[in-house]
Design a protein around this ligand. Structure first.
Ligand SMILES: [Zn+2]
Length: 387
């Protein structure tokens, strides 16, 4: 056979092989692309209908057949964590991290996810280590935010200050938070009887945030402990120019300091002055009791009536009824008491402090909301729900 004839025999054969190869490949690709979307959408559908267990089943199956798909493993790890299956999430992210072919971004991403797993499992040391390794990566800022959470939960206030200083930018100065962290350090120092150290922290709190009311409250407490009633009064009086809404926190302490200095009338006059300037302040109970003790119930009731004319409040009227019950003849006492009880029952909400950020209510005031972890989010007046 000559050269041209060989050519003619081989040509259809090459075409045939090419066609077969293409067909096999296309079939494979089609099978893959059909399998992936169907299961994928099935999984998503379960997720959208809050059937997390079913979604996990589908995605686990999918991940088994496509273990090269890193995104799928991430999604699954995330689902495990959300479901509270932390051990499975940890295993998944550790397996991902161990892959030698992982791109740097995916490696950092696995590290970040694994740190979140550890954090959720309460293994803060391991989470801290992993987050710390993410400096200089795209995850640095998010990692620092989580580190700040960890340090607050662990009460590691010095580390919290350091991280908050790194996080501060024009959108969030962390001024309130850092001042509060210094106050926490001061409180710890006071418990250890390290007064001088506590004072230093409180000065740092004020340098960070000059309107930090809590710092002046604590400086006054320290002075009082050291027997310096006048210095305590000076510190507490500064609160009026910082934020007068917080005066009710300082007033009982101020009165005690004035009493200690035998300047009882001066104390009473000061608080009456506050009420004249800020009738909305929650000071009626305190003043009622003081006037009833130092003068008479009649005078205390007169004071209440005068205040309520300017600034009526349910709790104030309940107090006034208490005064009436005390002064009334025996046969009328029970009626007045019943009325007072009705008012108190209906104004229970007004006797509570509210968190302006999450709405959490409590009889006690918190500088750090136990529900949403915000600092200084509790409103200083009882019953107030908006700043
Ligand atoms: Zn809150």
């Amino acid at each position: 056979m000559d050269f041209e004839a060989w050519w003619l025999v081989l040509l259809p054969l090459f075409f045939g092989l090419g066609w077969l190869a293409a067909r096999v490949d296309i079939r494979h690709i089609l099978a893959d692309s059909k399998l992936l979307p169907r299961q994928y959408f099935e999984g998503v559908n379960h997720l959208l209908n809050d059937r997390t267990d079913k979604a996990v089943e589908v995605f686990v199956d999918l991940a088994r057949n496509h273990n090269e798909t890193v995104e799928l493993q991430f999604a699954l790890g995330h689902l495990f964590r959300k479901k509270g299956e932390i051990e499975r999430a940890i295993r998944m992210h550790q397996k991902l991290l161990a892959r030698p072919e992982l791109k740097p971004y995916d490696k950092q991403s696995s590290q970040f996810e694994l740190a979140l797993d550890f954090m959720k499992a309460g293994l803060f040391d391991r989470a801290e280590e992993l987050f710390g390794q993410l400096d200089d990566t795209e995850f640095a800022r998010s990692a620092r935010r989580h580190l700040l959470d960890i340090y607050q939960q662990e009460k590691e206030w010095k580390k919290a200050i350091e991280i908050a200083q790194q996080l501060r930018d024009t959108s969030h100065t962390y001024q309130h938070e850092i001042a509060e962290f210094y106050c926490e350090l001061a409180t710890q120092a006071i418990t250890r009887s390290q007064q001088a150290e506590a004072r230093q922290y409180l000065q740092q709190a004020l340098a960070e945030h000059r309107k930090c009311v809590r710092a002046n409250l604590l400086i006054g407490d320290l002075s009082m402990q050291e027997g310096e009633a006048q210095a305590a009064i000076d510190a507490w009086l500064k609160i009026e120019s910082q934020d007068q809404r917080f005066l009710p926190f300082a007033v009982p302490k101020l009165l005690e300091a004035y009493d200690k200095l035998d300047r009882t009338d001066e104390g009473t006059a000061l608080v009456k002055g506050f009420l004249a300037s800020y009738p909305e302040l929650d000071l009626l109970d305190l003043m009622y009791e003081r006037i009833a003790k130092t003068s008479s119930i009649e005078q205390a009731a007169d004071f209440l009536r005068e205040q309520l004319r300017q600034y009526p409040s349910m709790l104030g009227y309940a107090r006034l009824l208490e005064a009436h019950a005390a002064m009334a003849p025996i046969e009328r006492k029970s009626d007045i008491e019943a009325l007072r009880k009705v008012i108190l029952d209906n104004s229970r909400n007004q006797a509570m402090y509210h968190c302006g950020a999450c709405g959490f209510r409590s009889r006690q005031y918190f500088w750090h909301c136990p529900a949403c972890n915000e600092w200084e989010s509790f409103l200083p007046a009882r019953g107030q729900t908006k700043a």
